[in-house]
Structure formats: structure tokens, C-alpha cells
Design a binder for this molecule. Sequence first.
Ligand code: GDP
Ligand code: K
Ligand code: MG
Length: 297
Amino acid sequence: MDQAYKSGFITIVGRPNVGKSTFMNRVIGQKIAIMSDKAQTTRNTIQGVLTEPDAQYVFIDTPGIHKPKHKLGDFMVKVAQNTLNEVDVVLFMINAEEGYGAGDKYIIERLESIKSPVFLIINKIDQIHPDQLILLIDKYKDKYDFTEIVPISALEGNNVEHLIQVLKEHLPQGPQYYPEDQVTDHPERFIMSELIREKVLQLTREEIPHSIAVIIEQIEKKEDEKILIQAAIVTERSSQKGIIIGKQGSMLKQIGIKARADIEALLGTKIYLELWVKVQKDWRNRPQNLQEFGFSD
Ligand code: GDP
Ligand code: K
Ligand code: MG
């Protein structure tokens, strides 16, 4: 049967930690969005591209929508909201383990004006009993006129394939925007810095909040064909710098080992990774810093 090619942009919104980035990585089959159990792990929007013989899906992973606490938070929420009106399908993702809360109400109010189809994606169903799922669906059905309600487990992959097929039904006819071997629109430089930031978040405890940024300062091919990457981890306080460096540099070493493995997998080549830590007070509230670190629009 000769059918027209379909393509479209799909944004994933939801409270922090519901599993948006895990879902996108699962769909794209490659690690492009960093994941952690801390809120606000994802700062910029990241596009992930899935290409099938008859359709192309461009997913936009957004920072979670939440009430902003500082300028960076402000920017993150704005990015998430801006994408809503420009896409073909909105996936509103919730965590099956959590009940309907103020955070969901805040997001649903922002969905009221959306003309595109909105799917309710109930994630983490691996954590709940099927009876609980039925109650949850009943609860959310009254809150918004969802086009589809699809329960999934992004972590284990349950029902994700089905969701992709349902999504296709709602995509308009359109061109193949990206070559079929391209999985993300983000420059590798950005992904590298995100991978390093992920290791910092994963290896340090709560005392290192989201007040860090990672800047890739140098990428250079050495004579032995290895690539040298020099990156700075920017913190707001010298106490944080101490934590990231650790006793005799032990923490920074761990961060480097883990980040190097991921970056080598990303680039498909061996690298040297040199990390250093610098303090830049209050960077999150300085507009020129936000621009320098790529957070400004
Ligand atoms: P985001 O903030 O919405 O992007 O959430 P992340 O993708 O960073 O995931 C937050 C946490 O939830 C991570 O620890 C994930 O491993 C976990 N997670 C994501 N999806 C699932 C799922 O389907 N089941 C379970 N049990 N955990 C999940
Ligand atoms: K997260
Ligand atoms: Mg995320």
C-alpha cells in the first residue's frame, strides 16, 4: 500500500522526575538526554529523532514545568511552555506512583489553550498494581479531554512500542526533516557537557544542587588520534568546589572516569578528558553568564 510519509514534532512535558528523559532515550535507543533522580536535570530542550520507513518523529524533551525559583528556573519553564504551541502532539507525562497534585494542576491549566492533541502518558507502571492504574485513569479523565491515555514503563519498555504506533496516527503528512541516521539536533559539544554534569549530579550528594554548569573549553585531536577534551565545572561557592574535587582529587577522578566512558561511547573514539573546577559566584542570576552557558533565548 502506498501511503504518504508522516512526520511531526512531539513535546514531552510533565513534572520533574516523571521519566521524560528516560522515555526519550528509550525511544531513540541511545543516551542523548541525561537522567538522574534529581529534579531539574534537563535544562535545555533536547530533540531526539526517531525515523521509521513511513514516518519521522522529532521528540522534544523539555525541562520540567514547575514554578520558577530563580532566573535559570524562569528560563527553563519558558522553554517548556514555548514548545507547546509549536508542536503536533503534546505528551503530558505523569508518574503512576504519585497522585494528582498541585504540580499537575499547574501544567493542565497551561494545556487548556493548546489546539494540538494532548496524550496523557502514565509512566512507571512497573511500580503499581493494575487496580491502581484504573483509579488513576478515572481521576485524570475528569481533569482534561485527553486525545489518548497510554500507560507505559519508560524504564522497562512496556507499551512504548504501542505508544509510538498510536502517535503515528496523529502525525500529519510531512517531509523527513532529518537524515535517518541522525538521532539528535544537539551538537556533540553540548551532550558532552551534559554527560559530565550528569556524573557530578550522580556522584555528589544534595549539597551540590543545580548550581553547577559545565563548559567544554577545548576539543583537540592529538597525534595518537585520541581526542583531548578540556572542560570546566563551574560552581557558585568554593565549598562546592571542594566537594567536587574531593579528598586528594578522588571525587573529580571518579567524575572523570565515568564521564570519559560515556563520551567515548558517544564519539566512538578514545579520548583524554581533563576536568577542572572553578568558582563563579551567583552565575545563575547573571544574564551574561546565562548567555555564556547557553541558557538564554
Ligand atoms: P525527567 O526529570 O522527567 O526527565 O525524569 P528522568 O528521566 O530523569 O527520570 C527520573 C527518575 O525516574 C530516574 O531515576 C529514572 O530511572 C526513573 N524512571 C524513569 N522512568 C521509569 C519507569 O518507567 N519506571 C521506574 N521504576 N523508574 C523510572
Ligand atoms: K530528573
Ligand atoms: Mg529530564
